[in-house]
Design a protein around this ligand. Structure first.
Ligand code: C2E
Ligand code: MG
Ligand code: MG
Ligand code: MG
Length: 290
């Protein structure tokens, strides 16, 4: 059913006027083939509460399992198609697959909300809300609140009013939003005030450098307190070590994602990981931040 709905969604996009057609023929061919032959795969990276040990969700990250090139990361193929209508179709596949995965985990008794990354083009595209509604309808067993949409802070410069209206329409459907790579854009403060996002994701570059660079620590502290005063949740990306986590907990940031907790993994590995994962003892000693 989802497949069928998906195809219908795609027709909405087929007639789109405003999408540039600049893409290398070879790239288009290989992405077309990747879609048709199911060569794309979603990996999932857990998001946790470092203090309580709770698993709060997982981020879906696309990979291309190319017969010729092996496992290819998103930064190596998404930029090539970002202005082409096929990227809309890939984005739709991501949401459909993520919803199917939430349902599959539910059947195993696991309640794991999933976040998907959505490009600015996809979000600002006319058919996005209709398509999202159709995909949610095609997965009636999944609560819309189990789906979170991550949008890059840097990608939202075009039209904050329009983006904000689209986000509100999606929120009506029950999904939530996260601002990804927060702090790397030029208008972070404006976005924080004007966009209806529930979660702020501190960009990993600040987290990775905060232990050695006081300015980066200051930015992390600033974003955490800002998020709190605006009543947004805040999560740190790029937690590679225990020390990263400990420093974040000192700033009041409990939610985290990073190689030090778990690398992105195949969906089939999530159940076993979630049974075995325990936060570091040093992290457990923190009391709730007020
Ligand atoms: P992102 O959404 O900011 O995702 C975080 C990236 O950092 C992922 O790379 C992840 O594997 C990596 N990462 C996670 N923890 C750590 C860590 O502790 N240290 C370091 N150094 N890196 C860490 P990945 O999977 O290569 O994805 C790169 C970007 O591609 C993503 O950045 C996202 O913007 C984009 N992307 C991924 N999947 C999709 C998708 O389905 N659709 C769209 N439009 N974009 C996607
Ligand atoms: Mg992301
Ligand atoms: Mg990010
Ligand atoms: Mg990123």
């Amino acid at each position: 059913v989802a497949k069928h709905e998906g195809k219908n969604c795609y027709h909405l996009f087929d007639t789109a006027q405003n999408i540039a057609m600049q893409i290398r023929h070879d790239d288009l061919q290989s992405m077309r083939k990747a879609l048709d032959q199911s060569e794309f795969v979603l990996y999932y990276q857990p998001k946790v509460n470092m203090r309580t040990g709770a698993i709060i969700g997982a981020e879906a990250l696309i990979r291309w399992l190319s017969p010729e090139r092996g496992l290819v990361g998103p930064n190596e193929f998404l930029p090539a198609i970002e202005n082409h209508v096929i990227s809309i179709e890939v984005g739709e596949w991501v949401i459909d697959t993520a919803l199917g995965q939430i349902a599959a985990w539910q059947e195993l008794g696991l309640d794991i909300p999933v976040s998907v990354n959505v490009s600015a083009l996809q979000l600002q595209h006319d058919g996005f809300v209709t398509c999202l509604a159709a995909l949610l309808e095609a997965h009636p067993e999944v609560a819309p609140s189990s789906l979170e949409i991550e949008v890059l802070e840097t990608s939202l410069i075009d039209d904050v009013m329009q983006v904000s209206a689209t986000m509100l329409a999606c929120i009506e459907l029950g999904v939530t939003f996260a601002l990804d790579d927060f702090g790397t854009g030029y208008s972070s403060l404006t976005y924080l005030r004007r966009l209806p996002a529930s979660l702020i994701k501190i960009d990993q570059t600040f987290v990775l450098d905060m232990l050695t660079t006081p300015d980066d620590l200051a930015i992390v502290e600033g974003v955490v307190s800002l998020a709190k005063s605006f009543k947004h949740k805040v999560i740190a990306e790029g937690v590679e070590t225990i020390a990263h986590g400990t420093t974040l907990l000192q700033t009041g940031c409990e939610l985290a994602q990073g190689y030090g907790i778990a690398r992105p993994m195949m969906a089939k590995d999530i159940p076993e990981w979630s049974v075995n994962w325990k936060p570091d003892d040093a992290w457990r000693e923190f009391s709730p931040h007020v």
